[in-house]
Ligand binder design. Structure first.
Ligand SMILES: Cc1cc2nc3c(=O)[nH]c(=O)nc-3n(C[C@H](O)[C@H](O)[C@H](O)COP(=O)(O)O)c2cc1C
Length: 318
């Protein structure tokens, strides 16, 4: 997720779940190939399994970008066919590609030739006045024939005119049933469902109903202790729940290293604001990290102070 799932966020999320597959922000193929912005591929070895999401629509450029991603060690290369932002539309990629499954197939085929890592596609159910019942199966059939066997489907249309990217994540109605029908119609594909899933109960229900995977975006970011910290046990049947206090302590060490390399606390801690969401002291935590954490000289001690506040609040609530 743009501006959210950067490498600091992914490091933090990996401490919460050893198993969940993490995704990078979208990196555009032109930025890598023409801009030589190789720093966009930086990640830590602890992040695995981690997928690189690419944006683009030029097959040769995407092949090159996929090769870079594969050489950088990503476990999966994902093509973005869901992002509705203006910037992306002007470059003719993202959700607008739902209108051109042939081009997406060419892109996938080229990316597969450039990368030994699996190439996957994240898409919508359609755009604008397309009829999802018709276009989604055609899209899956065409793109899978180019060798993509794994799709993550955001179960709503993108309306390319008139809605902001943010509205496009909430306003077009969700159609989980259609995605469930795709699961039936394409038994050989691995289909993950995405969009509006806010609890692990919902995720468990989708998996019981036969989905191969569930992608959780905003809820995992805003409420990581209820989603990621419990995912290994509840979804993957392995491991114990991560303890948010322990994770915060581990992040203090990470922050210390980040600052020693010239970074700022805020760049890391901004992703941790939701760690105690719904728990005693959540507000104190958020406020202290936001306020004290934005000072130029703020260090890991700010996290320690905020943790003390949460601990006192938990004791008072017990
Ligand atoms: C801040 C933000 C940035 C996002 N950036 C991307 C992106 O780079 N690539 C992408 O495929 N989806 C992106 N999305 C969409 C999410 O991946 C997801 O499809 C959407 O939020 C619906 O899932 P959710 O209800 O679980 O959040 C972004 C969402 C948000 C909130």
């Amino acid at each position: 997720m743009m501006d959210w799932t950067d490498r600091h966020c992914r490091y933090f999320h990996r401490l919460l779940s050893q198993r969940a597959l993490l995704y990078t922000e979208m990196v555009t193929a032109p930025a890598l190939v023409r801009g030589q912005a190789m720093h966009l591929l930086d990640h830590s070895p602890v992040e695995h399994p981690v997928a690189l999401q690419l944006g683009g629509s030029d097959p040769a450029e995407l092949a090159e970008a996929a090769r870079f991603g594969c050489e950088a060690g990503y476990d999966e290369i994902n093509l973005n066919v869901g992002c509705p932002s203006d910037r992306v539309q002007s470059g003719a990629f993202g959700a607008v590609l739902m209108k051109d499954p042939g081009l997406v197939a060419e892109c996938v085929s080229a990316m597969r030739s450039g990368s030994s890592a699996e190439v996957t596609v994240k898409c919508r159910i359609g755009v604008d006045d397309q009829e999802p019942n018709v276009v989604l199966p055609q899209f899956l059939a065409r793109v899978s024939s180019a060798g993509c066997k794994r799709f993550i489907i955001h179960a709503r249309k993108a309306w390319l005119k008139g809605l902001s990217p943010k509205e496009n994540r909430d306003v077009p109605p969700l159609d989980y049933d259609l995605v469930a029908r795709m699961r039936q119609e394409f038994p050989d594909l691995h289909i993950s469902i995405n969009g509006g899933i806010t609890t692990l109960e919902q995720a468990e229900e989708f998996l019981s109903a036969g989905f191969d995977g569930v992608m959780v975006g905003r809820a995992a970011y805003h409420n990581p202790a209820d989603i990621l910290a419990q995912a290994d046990r509840r979804i993957f049947g392995a491991g114990e729940d991560a303890d948010p206090f322990e994770v915060a302590h581990l992040m203090m060490t990470y922050v210390e290293e980040h600052i020693a390399q010239g970074g700022r606390l805020h760049q890391v801690a901004r992703h941790m604001l939701g760690l105690f969401a719904g728990r005693p002291g959540a507000r104190l935590w958020r406020r202290h990290i936001s306020e004290a954490g934005s000072r130029a000289d703020a260090g890991p001690e700010v996290i320690g102070e905020a943790l003390d506040m949460v601990q006192s609040a938990s004791r008072a609530a017990a």
